[in-house]
Write a protein that binds this ligand. Structure first.
Ligand code: 5AD
Length: 460
């Protein structure tokens, strides 16, 4: 990642008031990839203002937790973590502790009571003002949770942590208002970034040495800026020299156009992997969730995608125990999973979120124990399906973009390397390989989560 940076006028440091020079900031990220990307924005904004980013919480003068509000559990974890970090004050009385992101936005009123030692609470549209707030001192927690319909952080070039994939946020916010979901309330309205800015950002990323980009948005395929739609954008980004893999997450089923399917099929760098959240296999539940599609419409979309992209790896999100879910509704979800056969799935128990339509109007009436049993059932079901699908990879040779040495060495203690296939599956092999290298791996065995094999190109 040490190639020269592109010279553009777009990515000059943003004009911010200088912060206290050299104050060290540690950022910890929870939740979705958009939060990972937002933390990179925050790092960039702070570095440009003279703060120093550190990887060590213990060395930091300022600790920021970038948080998630999508389920209650995510919020409880952060409260636990921030209380633990508060213990560092014994040695660092001047430590600043801040909560950023969706949970900060969601709990702005109650956080000062629940975690009185927090110094700063800031929502996802306020990060440009972070250097300024960090330069103020106050006995009360500093609060900035204004949502801004136009903030898309245009002109800020995120400070990317090393790795093989660069996240690029192309659309912020969400206008869908699914009845269970807090996102529209904490991330505000949908707004797309201009296509020429995105392309310049991707050129910059390619010049930094990245081969893979993932375009991000809560509903990424709802992208539209002037006359450029998501299909156009996929084509434009794929043409950037040096970019070999383009991914995107997460698309919203209703907004999936034939133009996007065509672009995925026709454009080489767009990877054959797709995360297409279904949430439930029951029409009644989908209607209650206000997802805007029926099971059959979703099924037709999957058929079209698979016809156009025979290698497509499909993953999804499923919620168990949403308001009013009967045994029959749940069985329909299981049936749909068996029919579609996802490569993998993220599965969750419904967690009521204050402020949503469901919280106001729909009783959270499935007992916790039932939610839990249903979740365990679909996790086991999906494990079996994933194992069978991965098994079909045995004997094939796949292209792997190497991420680096695997954290777990082989049983004999020898190091192993890992990376991802175009389908987004993790592959592990023992032969030496450099991070960010594209290698060929022959698959010998698989589990429900991982492919194992040998590198068969030149470097053995
Ligand atoms: N409870 C449980 N899961 C939820 N999700 C979103 N909101 C909730 C909630 N209130 C899940 C959905 C979504 C994923 C990111 O999180 O499945 O697709």
């Amino acid at each position: 990642m040490n190639l020269p940076l592109l010279e553009t006028t777009e990515y000059q440091p943003v004009a911010t008031r200088p912060g206290p020079a050299g104050r060290r900031v540690y950022i910890e990220t929870y939740g979705c990839q958009m939060n990972v990307a937002d933390s990179e924005l925050v790092a960039s904004i702070l570095a440009d203002a003279g703060f120093q980013i550190t990887e060590q919480a213990e060395q930091a003068d300022i600790i920021l937790l970038n948080t998630c509000a999508v389920r209650e559990h995510a919020e409880e974890r952060v409260i636990g973590r921030v209380s633990q970090l508060n213990g560092l004050r014994a040695h660092r009385p001047n430590l600043t502790l801040g909560i950023l992101g969706c949970m900060a936005q969601h709990l702005s009123k109650t956080l000062p009571d629940r975690a009185p030692f927090v110094d700063l609470v800031m929502g996802p549209d306020s990060y440009r003002r972070l250097p300024q707030l960090l330069s103020q001192s106050s006995d009360d927690a500093l609060l900035d949770v204004r949502l801004d319909r136009s903030e898309n952080y245009s002109g800020v070039h995120p400070q990317r942590t090393t790795g093989t994939n660069a996240w690029v946020t192309i659309i912020r916010g969400c206008d869908k208002f699914c009845t269970f979901c807090i996102v529209p309330f904490v991330r505000g309205r949908e707004r797309s970034v201009a296509a020429d800015q995105i392309v310049r950002q991707v050129q910059h990323i390619a010049a930094e040495g990245f081969k893979e980009v993932t375009l991000l948005g809560q509903t990424v395929n709802s992208y539209r800026a002037d006359d450029v739609d998501f299909a156009d954008l996929l084509r434009q980004v794929s043409q950037v020299e040096g970019i070999e893999r383009v991914r995107f997450t997460s698309p919203y089923p209703v907004d999936f156009t034939d133009r996007v399917i065509d672009a995925m099929a026709e454009v080489g760098p767009v990877c054959p992997s797709l995360h297409l959240p279904v949430q439930s296999g029951s029409d009644e539940q989908l209607a209650r969730m206000r997802r805007g599609y029926t099971v059959d419409q979703y099924r037709q979309l999957v058929h079209k995608l698979r016809a156009a992209l025979p290698d497509l790896a499909l993953t999804t999100d499923i919620i168990t125990g949403f308001c009013g879910e009967t045994d029959a509704d749940f069985r329909q979800t299981c049936d749909l999973m068996e029919e579609i056969r996802y490569d993998s799935a993220f599965m969750f128990k419904y967690s009521e979120r204050e402020g949503t339509y469901a919280h106001k109007k729909l009783p959270d009436d499935v007992p916790q124990a039932v939610k839990g049993e249903r979740l365990q059932h679909i996790i086991a079901l999906q494990e079996g399906i994933s194992r069978q699908i991965n098994q079909q990879q045995v004997g094939r040779t796949v292209e792997v973009l190497v991420e680096g040495p695997s954290k777990r060495p082989a049983a004999d203690g020898q190091p192993r390397y890992y990376g991802r296939t175009p389908q987004g599956k993790t592959a592990i092999f023992p032969q030496l390989a450099a991070s960010n290298e594209l290698v060929a791996v022959h698959i010998a065995r698989t589990t429900s989560h991982t492919l194992f094999g040998d590198r068969i190109d030149d470097a053995a």
